[in-house]
Design a protein around this ligand. Structure first.
Ligand code: DON
Length: 307
């Protein structure tokens, strides 16, 4: 077994010293205020053994990482019928792109681009009030992270709602094809709020454990999903989790991973560990710049690439 404590500390120190940090997301005004100098890394294994480095306990906006958990919930609710509303192919386009929707009858390419995640949120919402759907998502996160203190940052949610014209366009466009079934305002409201959940690296790495261990959450003492479903969610994370940067992430890191514009990345080393890294500065594709570099170092040291 690699000495994870030493490796994580070494990576956190190396990342702290780097001048290249990327740029924090500015299209959500509240995220533009975050200090780009922060860096956190947490690795958790089956026994709950934690290796933590840097700002491991500072909450950040999980943004698109929430899409892994909403996908899990929606599959639990409607099973494979979900795939009538959303595809599972990489888009090769930016996360907020609209261009494929017209040619593809309003069906988004995958559940991780914004259009796809909005369609998934619409499925979770079906027949419920927005407040109930949001409560369901939040309770699921609290259960997976084994922490009832996890909450939504209302300021971030309001900030995105005020400026989310592109997402409103995507949602209305999908509604015109009948892919969304609920009032667009309801669906967008739930979507903005689940993106605005605030969590630490430690909480997110804990929440991701079920994906690392074939659907079983070793700390929650529970089977969350079947092994087959965990394998499939991991496959979509590998191929689509970093949008048009997914190929580069697979090439450099070789693990299923999901990024968010808050600068977090949840990565899964199947059978070995659940990993969360956070550094708010992003690259051109909207993925954490130092987060990816840190994971590349981690995988080199541990040999955890799935390839
Ligand atoms: O909808 C948005 O634009 C954000 N709430 C989430 C986008 C995101 O996190 C993309 N990830 N890198």
């Amino acid at each position: 077994m690699p000495d994870l404590e030493a490796i994580v500390t070494e990576i956190a120190d190396a990342m702290r010293a780097r001048p290249d940090r990327g740029a924090v997301a500015s299209y959500i005004p509240e995220l533009a205020r975050v200090d780009a100098g922060q860096f956190g890394l947490v690795v958790i294994d089956r026994a709950g053994q934690v290796a933590a480095g840097g700002d491991a306990d500072i909450p950040f906006s999980i943004q698109s990482i929430s899409k892994v958990f909403t996908l899990t919930l929606a599959l639990g609710m409607v099973g494979d019928r979900l795939w009538r509303k959303v595809g599972r192919e990489p888009s090769g386009s930016p996360f907020n792109s609209i261009v494929q929707l017209e040619r593809e009858q309003g069906i988004p390419r995958n559940p991780f681009i914004n259009a796809g995640a909005i369609a998934v949120t619409d499925v979770i919402l079906s027949g419920h009030q927005p407040r109930e759907a949001l409560g369901e998502i939040l309770r699921f996160m609290q259960f997976l992270a084994q922490d009832s203190g996890i909450a939504i940052d209302e300021t971030v949610a309001a900030s995105e709602k005020r400026t989310g014209f592109r997402n409103a366009a995507l949602a209305n466009y999908m509604r015109s094809f009948g892919v969304l079934e609920n009032p667009v305002d309801y669906t967008l409201g739930v979507y903005f709020h689940h993106c605005a959940i605030a969590m630490t690296c430690r909480q997110l790495a804990t929440a991701g454990l079920y994906l690392a261990y074939s659907g079983q959450h070793p700390l929650a003492g529970h089977s969350v999903i079947s092994a087959e479903r965990a394998r499939r969610i991991n496959a979509i994370m590998l191929t689509c989790g970093h949008y048009d940067g997914s190929g580069e992430f697979a090439y450099r890191v070789g693990l299923p991973g999901k990024s968010g514009v808050g600068g977090g990345i949840l990565a899964v080393a199947p059978g070995r560990a659940s990993i969360c890294v956070w550094s708010p500065g992003l690259d051109a594709a909207g993925n954490s710049h130092l987060g990816r570099i840190a994971l590349e170092m981690l995988v080199k040291r541990t040999g955890w690439s799935i390839f």
